[in-house]
Design a protein around this ligand. Structure first.
Ligand code: MSP
Length: 646
């Protein structure tokens, strides 16, 4: 990322529906990037907003029996309120119905029409009266509407087209020579795959007779602009394109444009070719993150498994929700949301690791040092070792941000708390207090409080409210803490002499709901016979040598696909230390192929090759199974493929 200016965008969301966890994730991710950059003293502009034109919105308004603009005005509030609630610090909220945006879109249309990049032609297609949509031959399913399955009628329509085909070769070359442009890299490959077929020109108009809710073409009053063409332009209209050259020069090209993988093509093909035609540089990075799934299933309204962010926030608090989303999802891959996983992570990372460390530091300082952080004396080996863990996190977090590995950065920061708890076990400051070893006690508490302060500043962009509380515990007023910068964390002493405050439990443990507690003792009771069964008669015990005859190795999943006619099986291409292998696994009921790509799994590497349904399989992946649940065995941090497991 360029350090001079930082411009981050989210997709602009349709106002035909309520915001859900997917929208919340992208927006929180952008917010965290913006807050981090501000904390690194990089001038930052953060844009989000709503996509208010087009068929979907027109339909939603019709359903409510009101004007589309009224519908937008009503529903945009849900997004704006949620962002406020979630502590989103966007610098501007764009609505595509705003006059300023509409007039820029019209100017772009005119500019491209004048330059010949937009032209008019007749084209034949199939019209579905029910859906009021136009389809091409290739879209139809068995000659019928791909959406509703009804009959379609042949129609010739005149429309305006953007000469996208003209930029195909240029775009292929650009993607190949700019590895940072589409991230993660496998999404660049996906785009290049799409570009292997001839690129067609993009229809950018809709006749008003079919759709009236859109931006009127400046050169033909009978048409409105295609919603995606209008929507994509928000990223430049919001920063002064064709209106404020200075502003545009400051912020454009964007540093990073965040999108979900569902809208990759529009952003990696339509958008760059539009920019090229407009003679604007391309954003430095378009980053496509994965999907939040419910368990292993896609979230969808019809399945009734859509997670409502408001509900989670009411239950567990804003900061815990923000922390969970960012630590649980590896950007680029899919992640699974279940309340169980949420509570487990909350209790272990926040209540136990961070919460415990904080309360130990505060309680001991209050009890033994008169309520102010004492100055450190001579440092010992164990102090330096622990200080190194904190220094490591200060280095790791900005690196993690620059490479979009925020989950790893957070893990490095949480390591401060984990290492801090170990440091306390080792140095036993409560014993030092009892023994009256004040000098050593002061050093330990000073080193611990300084590390805690660093953790608070590093976590601030993710958990702004809770870390401000943490700052208060360490004697910082809200204003003072807000002025602390990651850029200034190195070296200096930030805590000596500060009056600490006992703020109680920062993250009170979440207890399991009574209904689940009832189940727990039963599970315990059941465990006993299982213990007895651990080595029942007749079970052959193996020696360590026998065990190691089975070679277990880590492998990275390169590709995954369903197998036709075998609904339980997936075919995977995996990498084991540079060797690509194919294996067939019976996990299709539990994992979507896309969820597996890029993940590190554990495989039996020396299994005899076999054919499953006629497909060669060389190896077997490991998974845990209980009843209807199946979970892959994976590793808990980055490690090379081909590493031995055992
Ligand atoms: N209006 C278009 C985008 C135009 S951008 C110029 C659109 N809107 S949307 O309301 O459907 O939002 C799509 C975005 O919401 C995704 O790209 C992603 O950022 C987010 N998510 C929606 N569902 C999601 C999940 N289940 N998981 C993660 N994010 C997903 O498309």
């Amino acid at each position: 990322m360029d350090n001079k200016y930082f411009y981050v965008t989210t997709p602009i969301y349709y106002v035909n529906d309520k915001p859900h966890i997917g929208h919340a994730y992208t927006t929180i991710l952008a917010d965290v990037l913006a807050r981090y950059n501000r904390s690194l003293d990089v001038p930052t502009f953060f844009l989000t907003g709503t996509d208010e034109h087009g068929q979907k919105v027109q339909k939603a308004a019709e359903k409510r029996g009101i004007e589309p603009k009224q519908h937008c005005d009503d529903t945009v509030v849900a997004f704006q309120d949620l962002w406020k609630k979630l502590g989103i610090t966007n610098d501007f909220f764009i609505r595509t119905t705003q006059k300023a945006h509409v007039s820029v879109v019209q100017d772009v249309l005119q500019k491209l029409y004048d330059s010949g990049d937009i032209y008019k032609r007749d084209y034949d297609g199939w019209y579905c009266v029910g859906d009021e949509r136009f389809y091409m031959d290739k879209d139809l399913v068995d000659g019928k509407c791909p959406d509703c399955g009804r009959e379609v009628t042949k129609l010739t329509e005149s429309n305006y087209f953007f000469r996208m085909s003209k930029y195909q070769d240029w775009l292929i070359d650009y993607i190949q020579t700019h590895p940072d442009f589409i991230q993660p890299a496998f999404r660049a490959n996906e785009t290049l795959g799409f570009l292997r077929k001839p690129l067609e020109d993009l229809c950018i108009s809709r006749p008003k007779s079919r759709l009236s809710w859109g931006i009127e073409l400046p050169f033909d009053k009978d048409y409105v602009c295609y919603v995606w063409f209008d929507a994509l332009l928000n990223y430049v209209s919001a920063v002064g394109y064709l209106r404020d050259e200075e502003k545009l020069a400051k912020w454009w090209p964007a540093s990073i444009q965040l999108i979900g993988k569902d809208i990759l093509t529009t952003h990696s093909v339509y958008w760059p070719t539009m920019l090229k035609a407009m003679d604007l540089p391309l954003p430095k990075t378009i980053f496509a993150h994965g999907w939040w799934l419910t368990g292993t299933a896609k979230m969808s309204k019809s399945l009734g498994n859509v997670v409502n962010p408001m509900e989670m926030v009411e239950k567990y608090g804003i900061d815990a929700f923000r922390y969970f989303l960012l630590s649980e999802m590896t950007p680029g891959q899919d992640a699974s949301f279940t309340e169980d996983v949420f509570v487990t992570r909350y209790n272990s990372d926040l209540a136990n690791d961070l919460g415990n460390f904080l309360s130990r530091v505060i309680k001991l300082t209050g009890r033994s040092c008169g309520g102010a952080v004492p100055a450190a004396g001579a440092l010992q080996e164990e102090d330096l070792e622990f200080m190194a863990a904190a220094a490591e996190a200060v280095k790791a977090m900005p690196e993690a941000l620059a490479s979009m590995k925020i989950d790893r950065g957070l893990d490095a920061v949480l390591n401060i708390a984990r290492a801090g708890n170990r440091y306390f076990e080792k140095t036993a400051p409560w014993k030092l207090a009892k023994e009256g070893n004040t000098e050593r006690l002061n050093t330990v508490l000073n080193v611990a409080a300084e590390a805690l302060f660093k953790a608070a500043v590093l976590l601030n962009p993710v958990m702004p409210e809770k870390t401000a509380e943490l700052g208060r515990a360490l004697g910082y007023s809200a204003e003072e803490f807000a002025a602390c910068r990651i850029a200034a964390l190195d070296g200096a002493d930030h805590v000596t002499g500060r009056t600490i405050a006992d703020i109680g439990a920062l993250f009170p443990r979440v207890e399991i709901a009574p209904a689940e507690e009832e189940k727990a003792p039963k599970a315990e009771k059941k465990a006993k016979p299982a213990e007895k069964e651990a080595a029942p008669e007749g079970v052959k015990l193996v020696t360590i040598d026998e065990f190691f005859q089975t070679q277990l190795k880590t492998a990275t999943v390169l590709q995954a696909e369903k197998i036709e006619g075998a609904d339980k099986l997936l075919k995977l291409q995996i990498d084991i230390a540079g060797e690509t292998r194919q294996l067939v696994a019976g996990i299709a009921k539990y994992y979507e192929p896309e969820m597996l790509i890029g993940r590190t799994i554990v495989v039996v590497a020396n299994l005899q090759p076999a054919k499953i349904r006629g497909i060669e399989s060389r190896g077997m992946l490991l998974a845990a199974k209980a009843g209807k649940e199946l979970r892959l065995i994976t590793v808990d941090g980055p490690i090379a493929s081909g590493a031995s497991v055992g």
